[in-house]
Design a protein. Structure first.
Length: 379
């Protein structure tokens, strides 16, 4: 570690502000970076607000050289990761750096803290859980990310691999022209579902969104429970996620599928919030709130994203699961195109070896537009 790099833990309000604000320094010349809402980033890192801290702990560090911040990183230990993924598995994330020497020093610092916590393997970057922004962008730098996905400097890959990390998993997002109709075999499957009196596809009811969010996230916990990296959302996290999602939910873009009156599948589609906030420079005050609220009530985005979709495990592997998935996609596609004039959709992230979701994601005209990689290393 170079003697002119100083790594210090984030301990004060000023440190935390510097930690969040550093991203603006890193990406100030990158036309594809979208400034996040600073309040959201601060909330993610605040144990008083984010219920993830009910089962996890994190440490944050800043790197400086000559009195100027040149990097940042977090390290996390999650009790639920120990149970549902692997004992001794620690994580790091929130990683940004201006040069390779700083990157190496930050990663070494995070690894040292994880070892002190008894961890034997590091996984990263994950900021701050698998449900937030997992993975490092390794392909797709030329296009701005959609809402809830990250954007990184191309140099980061080499710096992380130089620290001894190898691939754990790749995550894909798929982009498609949603004006293209389904191929005949899928269209027949959808029409058969529309004629099946047992199946009902409905919009969420925002007037009782707490209940709707609980239904959706309970299905999610069941549907994703066998996936690599899965960590269940706690009741507190479900309530928190519902509260955060409600303002950006458009009722007829979020669908729940029922079979014999029981909710068994869902798909969340959201307008690209990044298009709505890009000109706010991360600030909601004094006028950002008014602009964002107007835009949320007047959907004019060019793109939409499907961040979450799930079918109960009891149906997975059968014809009904595929039928419900394609019905959810088609019903939403019609609304996007016919009502809102949206022509581009993004689906994902999808694990590279999740064959069921990969086959659904590869719709007519779809292609991988971003690849994110999660790295691992024995400590």
């Amino acid at each position: 570690m170079s003697s002119d790099i100083i790594i210090r833990p984030v301990t004060t309000k000023a440190d935390r502000k510097a930690f969040v604000d550093f991203a603006w320094e890193v990406y100030r010349h990158d036309p594809c970076w979208v400034p996040p809402l600073k309040d959201e980033v601060h909330g993610l890192l605040d144990p008083r607000k984010n219920p993830w801290f009910g089962h996890g702990k994190a440490e944050l560090w800043l790197a400086s050289r000559g009195g100027k911040v040149v990097g940042r990183i977090s390290a996390q230990v999650d009790d639920l990761v120990q149970v549902h993924m692997e004992p001794g598995l620690g994580q790091w994330g929130m990683f940004e750096a201006l040069d390779g020497e700083t990157a190496a020093a930050l990663i070494a610092t995070a690894e040292g803290w994880l070892r002190d916590q008894g961890m034997t393997k590091a996984l990263g970057p994950i900021s701050i859980s698998i449900w937030d922004e997992p993975g490092l962008l390794i392909k797709g730098f030329e296009e701005p990310p959609l809402v809830m996905m990250g954007h990184h400097r191309p140099e980061y890959r080499a710096w992380i691999e130089a620290a001894g990390y190898g691939k754990a998993k790749d995550l894909y997002t798929f982009e498609l022209d949603i004006r293209i109709d389904m191929i005949p075999v899928i269209d027949r499957l959808i029409k058969a579902g529309e004629n099946n009196p047992r199946i009902r596809i409905r919009d969420v009811d925002k007037s009782k969104f707490d209940q709707e969010a609980a239904i959706i996230l309970e299905i999610l916990n069941d549907a994703w429970s066998d996936n690599w990296g899965f960590v269940p959302l706690t009741d507190a996290e479900i309530a928190y996620a519902g509260k955060k999602l409600k303002p950006i939910i458009v009722e007829d873009l979020v669908k729940i599928a029922e079979v014999d009156g029981e909710p068994v599948a869902f798909m969340i589609t959201i307008p690209d919030l990044n298009e709505m906030i890009r000109d706010l420079d991360g600030k909601l005050f004094p006028f950002g709130w008014a602009k964002l609220l107007w835009r949320l009530h007047n959907v004019t985005t060019r793109r939409v994203r499907v961040p979450l979709m799930g079918v109960r495990k009891s149906l997975q592997g059968g014809r009904m699961a595929s039928q419900l998935a394609f019905m959810l996609i088609e019903f939403t596609r019609r609304v996007c195109v016919d009502k809102y004039g949206i022509n581009v959709g993004e689906f994902g992230w999808v694990l590279e070896d999740n064959q069921g979701m990969m086959s659904i994601a590869q719709l007519p005209g779809a292609g991988i537009n971003h690849t994110y990689r999660i790295y691992e290393k024995a400590l």
